[in-house]
Design a protein around this ligand. Structure first.
Ligand SMILES: [Zn+2]
Ligand SMILES: [Zn+2]
Length: 101
């Protein structure tokens, strides 16, 4: 029997789903395959690092709080400091503003 995973939207064999799948997890709308569940747990366990990071843009070492959290990266934080992010956005906005008609 095949079930459709509501997360990756693939049809997979029933055995690729957790056994207790009869009770749908409150965090998910429907069935979720083991692979997706593993990924999901990883994001739950993620912790943003607390040690100083060297910004890849200004090359300055700054405290972790100066870097926005990002659970998609291993460190749990972006490697561009908030200041540089802000600066980059400002430049982009300026460019967009110059693009008239
Ligand atoms: Zn899946
Ligand atoms: Zn920076």
């Amino acid at each position: 029997m095949y079930l459709r995973c509501s997360t990756c939207d693939k049809e997979l064999e029933e055995q690729l789903f957790p056994r207790n799948n009869r009770k749908p997890n409150r965090n998910f709308r429907g069935n979720i395959c083991l692979a997706c569940q593993r990924e999901y747990k990883k994001t739950l366990n993620y912790e943003a690092c607390t040690y100083p990071i060297t910004c890849t843009v200004c090359k300055e070492e700054k405290p972790a709080e100066q870097f926005t959290k990002n659970k998609r990266v291993p460190k749990g934080r972006n490697s561009t400091c908030k200041e540089c992010m802000y600066e980059r956005n400002r430049i982009r906005d300026k460019k967009n503003a110059n693009k008239t008609g």
